[in-house]
Structures are given as C-alpha cells and as structure tokens.
Design a protein around this ligand. Structure first.
Ligand SMILES: Nc1nc2c(ncn2[C@@H]2O[C@H](COP(=O)(O)OP(=O)(O)OP(=O)(O)O)[C@@H](O)[C@H]2O)c(=O)[nH]1
Ligand SMILES: [Mg+2]
Ligand SMILES: [Zn+2]
Length: 312
C-alpha cells in the first residue's frame, strides 16, 4: 500500500493512506535504500510503500524535494519535511526578537532545495511596542527580503490580522512551517486546522525566547490545508550546499558572482577589486546579508573538513 508519513519518532512512523486510514509502521531491519545518510530516515510528507498486514515500510518513493538542516548534535543532515510546495519561514518583530540572519539561512536552504519560500512575520500586534530604532531596522530588512523576491506576510494570530492572506497562500499546499522556537508555528496550525488543538508554549521570560514546545515534525491535514509543523530551531546550519555555490544562491550576491577582479575564486573578503564588497558599500547588498554570507561559508567549510576527516 502507498502511504504518506505523518510523523516519526525512533523507528515508529505514523502513516496515512489516500483514504485517510492511519497505520503505525516500522522500517524493516532499519535499513531502507537512499535514507542511510540522514540523521532521520523519513520525514513528514514522505511517500512510502508499506505492508498493511505487518506494518513494515518496504520502500521510499523518490522525493520530489526535501528540506534539511545540519544537525550539529547528531553530526548528520536532518530531514525536516519532504515533498512540499512551499516553505514558510516564521519570524516575529518581538518575543522572540527579530533575527534576520536566521531567515537568511532558512531562505538559502529553501532556494538550494528549489522550494518556493515565504516569510511570515507573526505577532505584528507587538510591533508598535518595539523601540523606534529596532522597528525601523526590522522594516528595512523585511523590505530588503521583498526586494529579493520573497513575499512577506505580516500577521497576528492574536488579532487575526492577515490570517486570510496566509490562508490563501497556504492553500497551495502541501507546505512546511519552519523557524525559531516561540514564533507561533503551532499557533498557526491551530488557527488553520480546527481540531488540531496542538500544545503551544509560553516564552521563557528571562531569555525572551521559546521553550521548544513542539518536539517533532508532524503533518496536519484537512480538506483545505496540508501543513507540516516543525520543532523550533535554535541554530540553523545549512546543509548540502557547495561553498562556491552560496554566492549564486544568495539572490543579492548572484549578480556579482564571477565579476570580481579575481573572478570566481574571489572569497569576497580580502581581495582587491571585489564587486561584492563594492555592492555592500553602495547598499546593493545589506551588510547584514554579507555577515551571513561570511558566517555561512565559514561554517560550510568547517563542516566539509570535519566530514572529510571523519571518513579518512
Ligand atoms: N502576542 C502574540 N502572541 C502570539 C501570537 N501568535 C502566537 N503567540 C504566542 O506565542 C507563544 C508561542 O507560540 P507557539 O505556537 O507555541 O510557537 P512555536 O513556533 O510553535 O514554538 P516551538 O514549538 O517551541 O517551536 C504562545 O504563547 C502563543 O500564544 C501573536 O500573533 N501575537
Ligand atoms: Mg510549536
Ligand atoms: Zn569578490
């Protein structure tokens, strides 16, 4: 039988068939072709063949796409969602504080996976209480994302401002919600899917951040929506991207890739005649985005080195 993974923990997977029958399944002998390089072998959204009698998962149907991050603790790529039409990166202007460089990472990973990405800026009801300087800087960064072609959906799940817009975008289904803990991913699931009634968390008052309420990715569906809720992430380390390709994938860098005096070998950091540095000076690349570029390429370099020495 064919089914879709709803959730998975250890070797127990909840599988849903086309007729909405639910099965609890396991991977046979723990080994499934094409999944061995991941921290978790299957993600919500994955399509599988399974034996309804024994509950054994027999085969993974090739994915049309998947969204991953590098799980530093587990030292392996981690699948967050598979076979989705869109990634919705959920952020907030406050509680937790706006972190645009976190968004840079999510958007890079979505672009690398060739999955359309949207930004949901939730908790807009809190925006007026943010100090002027931070508010202006946040608006500037959000408009910069719009300039790069990412749609920004400003909403409040508290006042329901913008909820209809989100609903219209999410109808393109299936989609995944990703972001920091406490941004309101699960609150959005509850607003979209009456009856989901998933637990949401209060913020840690001392650190003004979420408490990691959601602990595993789960696919929620009704007639209108098919949305994967994912656990909040503290540090998003991009994965499966060649260092040289970051400049092509970051949309504001791409026009300058290969145009520097040292061509494609320019690291855009110390070299003379660097067009990227020039673009930062003239404001064509936000300096924050440049900082993201430096950090991400540095991390990918260290990651590749660690992985290659590991297998010597
Ligand atoms: N002020 C305000 N609070 C909100 C809004 N949306 C959600 N919250 C609150 O934010 C807190 C965190 O919401 P969750 O939905 O649990 O956040 P999450 O992104 O799922 O967090 P993790 O599961 O930890 O990743 C809850 O107390 C919500 O009630 C909003 O639009 N405005
Ligand atoms: Mg949650
Ligand atoms: Zn350069």
């Amino acid at each position: 039988m064919t089914g879709r993974i709803v959730s998975g923990s250890r070797n127990i997977f909840i599988v849903k068939t086309e007729e909405a029958a639910i099965y609890e399944c396991k991977i046979k002998g723990k080994v499934l072709k094409d999944v061995k390089d991941f921290y978790n072998p299957l993600a919500p959204g994955d399509l599988i063949e399974f034996d309804a009698k024994t509950g054994l998962i027999l085969e993974l149907i090739p994915r049309r796409n998947f969204f991953t991050r590098f799980n530093v603790k587990g030292n392996a790529p981690q699948l967050l969602a598979a076979n989705v039409d869109a990634i919705f990166c959920v952020t907030t202007p406050a509680s937790p504080p706006f972190r645009p460089r976190f968004l840079d990472r999510l958007l890079l990973q979505a672009d690398a996976a060739e999955i359309p990405a949207f930004i949901i800026c939730n908790k807009m009801d809190l925006f007026s209480s943010v100090d002027n300087e931070t508010r202006l800087e946040t608006e500037k960064r959000l408009s910069d994302f719009e300039r790069l072609g990412y749609e920004v959906l400003r909403v409040s799940l508290k006042t329901n401002e913008g909820l209809d817009l989100i609903k219209s975008k999410l109808e393109m289904k299936p989609a995944a919600l990703v972001g920091q803990s406490g941004c309101g991913k699960t609150s959005l699931i509850n607003a979209l899917i009456p009856g989901a009634e998933q637990k949401t968390g209060i913020l840690n008052q001392k650190y003004d951040r979420g408490n990691h309420t959601t602990v595993m990715s789960v696919l929620f569906e009704n007639r209108q929506f098919s949305v994967i809720d994912t656990p909040g992430i503290r540090r998003f380390v991009p994965q499966g991207i060649a260092i040289d390709n970051v400049q092509n994938l970051m949309r504001d860098f791409a026009p300058f890739a290969g145009k520097c005096e040292f061509g494609l070998s320019c690291s855009h950091q110390t070299e003379s005649g660097c067009k990227v540095k020039e673009a930062v000076k003239t404001g064509k690349i936000h300096e924050d985005r440049f900082e993201s570029f430096v950090r991400i390429t540095g991390e990918l370099g260290r990651l590749n080195k660690a992985l290659s020495t590991q297998f010597v």
